[in-house]
Structure formats: structure tokens, C-alpha cells
Ligand binder design. Structure first.
Ligand code: F6P
Length: 557
């Protein structure tokens, strides 16, 4: 079999051979041999500490992995990313989301233009909206202050705002509650709106392309809900609807007031957009000062990624460990377990970040890869995971490396006993995965092999700053892996296929396409369509088929 330049490289081949020499290595023996191992395999970046000593690695592994990064010119790629010089080639776009969290007063040049003024302008607009809502100056159709914000979006236009809002709940402004709706199932919006008063609810329609079906079916339904209760259509929409998008014209066409449209640039990928106006609902929850502290945290990690020496570079090390297990040990998945209720949405966020970015099968040049790319990314809070999938981690036949994320301090000081137990469980799981246990003969069901790799990422507390650092850390990890794998992290053509087929099937379900679909689709899909129609004898055509719906023509984010 012929090899790609990557798998043919000396750096790759050396790692392949090295892995064979480590196959029987027991992590515990590595700890016994070197009492300083924990120290040797730990890194610090600001308030984050990474202990990666419980991995199937030696000094030599680290050296060879760093050599692979060097061969792949990872440092140059990181520099390009921060200079606006990295391209999303399949969509001919720049990639420059790191500019959104830049803290300097320097010009941020992209294709010969300084993008800093536009970024500052949006931040000012966000601050003004936060202040108006918090002070009660922003009033609904009957003059009452806003009490509830309903953020409608999906994917990158939802996961980040929801994660940040929930993770930073201890910082929430008292008089504002934020709700998040992504699912197209009518229950999601109905359940959210049920306890709310239309007069005091502000909707944020968040969509980079302003064409996403789920978002606009929900936005249309929200609009109907408001207008059934509010007196004057135009005035009510301008008091109750904000749009966040990189297609402001479409938001205008949708009827959103000019002052209520917050734009972001097309060089911000959807899953990298929390740093832009997409963060507005989070900012409305925690206040703009805290949101800016979140941006500053991300920037601190950006600087670390650029400046730290390779052996001290936290995102680089996380990325290389991921590559080590994915490509050289053949592990198909990775697990993320925050021991923090506030971070319960983090596994979903990272899942999109990682799998939508690096779930790719051709290189930037369009060559099929002959190595594995992104692993499956999954997880849950540690507390819940322990009572669900940890059994698989300990005694299942597969192996998945785990990242434990552990804040050392709780926000709720009065509940320290709970927090200590939480941390004890995190440390126990990390150790148990490594040590396992051997059982006496006849009790084989109690044998737990151990030797399972895991990282422990500590932070003092989940603050806006540490959260910014954490998300930026994982962004860089994903980017670095894409550089080694030579794939484009910033497109998502696979997602577009499903969107297109759903649009083809919808008229069949609604009965607006009377002829059999059989000519176009397979018999399985046709039968499933028939089942739907049998259950919904007179389905309503989607409002999107009407005049006011946005143009759903395929456009990528
Ligand atoms: O899931 C596909 C996707 O294109 C994501 O990449 C994106 O974050 C999401 O849909 C939402 O897209 P938009 O912000 O354009 O509504």
C-alpha cells in the first residue's frame, strides 16, 4: 500500500515503531520508576494546570510527538492563524476568530484591512444592549422591562451561548433569565415559552447564514406567539426581536429593525463564533464586563499557544496526546468529563468543535487520507457519567482516553462538603482508570485491567476568565490536530448533504408534492414518508413555504 507523505514521514514511522515498544508498558510501573513523573508530565498556563502523567507515554514519546509537530510546522500554522493568514480553502474564506478576543490596541489586518474597528463597534453595541436591558430602559410593547431572553439558534449559533451562560450562572444578572431553543421539535419552543410573558420577553435570533431551517421555523413560531399577544406588529418586532448574523440583509428582509441587527464577519466559523456578537445572550446574562473577561481569558490562551515553548505548550500537548491515541493506538473515541455542573454542556460544545471541524477524509489538497482523523467525542458531567458509562471505561473491551476537568473551588462556599466529594470522585476515577484492580481466581468479574489513559485539567474556579481559557485551549487543540492531519477544520460539507435531502423530503410529508416520491428516493424512505402521512392525514404546509420565510438556498456557515 502506498503511503501519504504524512504516514511516510520519518516522524510518523518513528512513532509507529515506538508505540510497538510500549504495548506492554504499565503506567503504574512508570510511576514506580520515576517518583517525579507527575511533575515531569504537568503543565501550567495561567489558572489552568494540566496533569498528563497518567498517559501511556515516556520522555521518548513526548520527544517523538514534538518532532511530529515540528515536521508538520505547527508553530507556523498557529502564527498564521493569529495573523489572519490561515485560509478555509474549500470556501475561499479567511479564518480569524482569534481577532475577536484580541486585547491589544493594535490594528488587526486581514487582507489589507484593519478589522479591529468593526470588532470594537460590535462590542459597544453589545454593551449598549446589555445596559439598556439591565437598567430597564429597553421596554417591551406595554412599557415593562425585559425579564426573559429567548435565544434561538442551533449548532455554533447555540452551543456556545448556552454553555457560557450556564457555566457562568453564578455571575448572572438577577433580573434576567436566559433560555435557549435549538430543536425543531415544537415541544422545545412551546415548553420554553409556556411560563413566559410576551410583554417582557426578548428574542435573539442567532444564525450566521440566516437560512437555517430549524432556527427559522422556531423564529417564525416565536414571532406568531408574540404577535398573537402584542398590539402593533412592526413596533412589537422592534421591541422584542434582535438578530445576530453575518448576513444582515437577510435579517432586514426578515423584518428586524436596523438597530437590532448585530453583525459578525464571514471569517468567523459558526463553531468559533461565541467570541462575536453570538455571545450576546451570554453577555445579557453575565454582563458585558464579565463577557470581556471571558474574551481576555481566551486571548491569554492564544498568547500561550503562540509563545510557549513546544514542551510547555498546553494545547499542543493535548493535541499530540490525542493524535498518539487516535493514530498510533487506534482508539476510536475520546471522553470529556467535567466535574462541574456548570460545564454540563461542555461535552456537546466540544463535540461540535471537534467532530464538525475534524471529521474529514481528504487533505486540504483533496487527497484521501490514509490515517484516522477526529475521534468520536463524547462525555457528560463526571458525577452522571460515573453512574452510566464509566463501567464501560473500566471494564469494557474498548479504550477511550478521558479528559477530567476539575475546578478546585466551588462558587457555593456553604456547600464545601459536596464539592470535596465531587473532587474526590474525580481524582478517584483518574486513579482507578490507571490502576484498575486484580481479583482472586474465581472472581474474574472483579478484574479491572486499568492502564487507561487520562488527563486531569485543574482550574481554581470556573470564572469568565478561566472559561475563556478553557474553550480557547480546546479550539487550539482541534486546530493543531487539523494541521498535523492536513485537513480543513473550517468547512462542513457533510452537514450540508442532510440539509439538502431534508428540503427534498419536506414537500412529500406535507402532501404538497402529490406524486409518489419513488422516482427520486429509495423505497425505505418512501415507506417512512407514507407512515408519516398516515399519521398526519392533513399536514399543515411549513410556514417557510410562505412569503416571509428566509431563502433556504444552501449556503454554508
Ligand atoms: O451544523 C451545521 C451548521 O452549519 C453549523 O456549522 C452551524 O454552527 C449551524 O449549522 C448553524 O448555522 P447558522 O448559524 O448559519 O444558522
Amino acid at each position: 500500500m502506498s503511503h501519504s507523505p504524512l504516514t511516510h514521514s520519518c516522524a510518523w514511522q518513528a512513532l509507529t515503531q515506538h508505540q510497538q515498544s510500549l504495548q506492554d508498558t504499565q503506567m503504574q510501573a512508570l510511576f514506580d520508576d520515576d517518583p517525579t513523573r507527575a511533575e515531569q508530565f504537568s503543565l501550567t498556563c495561567g489558572e489552568l494546570q494540566l496533569d498528563y502523567s497518567k498517559n501511556l507515554i515516556t520522555d521518548e514519546t513526548r520527544r517523538l510527538l514534538l518532532n511530529l509537530a515540528n515536521t508538520a510546522q505547527v508553530s507556523d500554522a498557529i502564527a498564521q492563524l493569529h495573523q489572519g493568514a490561515w485560509r478555509n480553502q474549500s470556501e475561499q474564506r479567511a479564518v480569524f476568530h482569534t481577532a475577536l478576543r484580541d486585547q491589544s490596541d493594535n490594528a488587526l489586518m486581514l487582507d489589507g484591512q484593519d478589522v479591529a474597528p468593526a470588532i470594537q463597534k460590535t462590542r459597544k453595541q453589545m454593551r449598549a444592549i446589555c445596559e439598556a436591558v439591565h437598567s430597564g430602559k429597553w421596554q417591551g410593547y406595554d412599557g415593562q422591562a425585559i425579564t426573559d431572553v429567548v435565544h434561538i439558534g442551533i449548532g455554533g449559533s447555540y452551543l456556545g451561548p448556552q454553555l457560557v451562560t450556564e457555566a457562568l450562572a453564578p455571575y448572572a444578572t438577577e433580573n434576567i433569565r436566559c433560555h435557549f431553543v435549538a430543536d425543531i421539535d415544537p415541544m422545545a419552543l412551546a415548553k420554553t415559552l409556556q411560563p413566559l410573558s410576551s410583554a417582557t420577553t426578548l428574542f435573539i435570533i442567532c444564525s450566521k447564514t440566516f437560512t437555517t431551517q430549524e432556527t427559522f421555523l422556531n423564529a417564525d413560531a416565536a414571532r406568531r406567539w408574540l404577535l398573537q399577544r402584542a398590539p402593533d406588529e412592526a413596533a412589537s418586532i422592534s421591541k422584542h426581536f434582535i438578530a445576530i448574523t453575518s448576513s444582515p440583509d437577510k435579517a432586514t428582509a426578515y423584518g428586524i429593525a436596523q438597530n437590532n441587527i448585530l453583525a459578525f464577519a464571514d471569517w468567523v466559523g459558526g463553531r468559533y463564533s461565541i467570541w462575536s456578537a453570538v455571545g450576546l445572550s451570554a453577555a445579557l446574562s453575565i454582563g458585558m464586563d464579565n463577557f470581556e473577561a471571558f474574551l481576555a481569558g481566551a486571548h491569554e490562551m492564544d498568547q500561550h499557544a503562540q509563545q510557549a515553548k513546544p514542551a510547555d505548550n498546553m494545547p499542543l500537548m493535548l493535541a499530540l496526546l490525542g493524535i498518539w491515541y487516535r493514530n498510533f493506538w487506534g482508539m476510536p473515541s475520546q471522553v470529556l468529563c467535567p466535574y462541574a455542573y456548570g460545564l454540563r454542556h461542555l461535552p456537546n460544545y466540544i463535540q461540535q468543535l471537534d467532530m464538525e471541524s475534524n471529521g474529514k477524509r481528504v487533505t486540504q489538497q483533496g487527497e484521501a487520507v490514509d490515517y484516522a482523523t477526529a475521534p468520536i467525542s463524547w462525555g457528560n458531567t463526571g458525577s452522571q457519567g460515573q453512574h452510566a458509562f464509566f463501567q464501560w471505561l473500566h471494564q469494557g473491551t474498548g479504550v477511550s482516553p478521558v479528559d477530567f476537568i476539575v475546578p478546585l473551588q466551588a462558587h457555593q462556599k456553604q456547600h464545601n462538603a459536596q464539592h470535596a466529594a465531587l473532587v474526590a470522585n474525580a481524582l478517584a476515577q483518574s486513579r482507578a482508570l490507571m490502576c484498575g484492580q486484580s481479583a482472586p481466581e474465581g472472581e474474574e468479574h472483579r478484574n479491572i485491567p486499568g492502564n487507561k489513559p487520562n488527563n486531569v485539567l485543574l482550574c481554581s474556579k470556573i470564572t469568565p476568565h478561566t472559561l475563556g481559557m478553557l474553550l480557547s485551549l480546546y479550539e487550539h487543540k482541534t486546530f493543531i490536530q487539523s494541521v498535523v492531519w492536513q485537513i480543513n477544520s473550517f468547512d462542513q460539507w457533510g452537514v450540508e448533504l442532510g440539509k439538502r435531502i431534508a428540503k427534498e423530503i419536506l414537500p412529500g410529508l406535507e402532501g404538497t408534492q402529490s406524486d409518489s416520491l419513488l422516482n427520486q428516493i429509495d423505497s425505505s424512505t418512501q415507506r417512512l414518508v407514507d407512515d408519516y402521512r398516515a399519521n398526519n392525514p392533513s399536514p399543515q404546509p411549513s410556514p417557510l413555504a410562505g412569503e416571509r420565510g428566509p431563502d433556504l438556498s444552501s449556503k454554508t456557515d
